[in-house]
Design a protein around this ligand. Sequence first.
Ligand code: IMP
Ligand code: MG
Length: 184
Amino acid sequence: MEKSEMRKDIDHILISEEKLRERVAQLGEQISADYAGKCPLLVSVLRGSFIFMADLARQVQPFCQVDFMAVSSYGSGTSSSGQVNIVKDLTESIEGKDVIVVEDILDSGNTLSYLFQLLKARNPASLKLCTLLDKPSRRSKPITADYVGFTVPDEFVVGYGLDYDELYRNLPYIGVLKPQVYEK
Ligand code: IMP
Ligand code: MG
């Protein structure tokens, strides 16, 4: 599928490449200032946050570390099942570290409230959440992010790492998927 072919499945572009670039740079500056003199460990929740993580990490100054974790809670539908599975755990211990979890989207909050409980029990020095997108209208767990890129309406979005049925992750912008794509 060519990118122009993918564009046909997108109803409209919600966040352009330029807006993403600007906002990710601001988040990086904010994190760099908040963690001055420290070396935060950025924990990317795969797979949705891989592009955001790569862009954000390059905006954090001067030092940071990265690690990756993979969870699944969705299957191929468009709403969370509530059942979270750890598919890949972190490579190293987070004890005593300043951890920032980097997520693509905070939706119902099921995934992150589960993950936060698990990570807290491992005694990090601090634990914060940075999410590119926040969909507060769908929240069912009491969880808020410390850093939010954009607050988005209750629409299913893809691109810049976010998928529908494992596709569209490589779109360079965030777009609203045409409902007929997942209704068919
Ligand atoms: P939650 O557990 O409902 O908060 O869902 C979090 C996960 O669901 C995210 O990390 C995404 O992978 C996925 N997700 C939620 N909303 C969307 C969306 O609009 N587009 C693509 N993936 C989404
Ligand atoms: Mg997903």
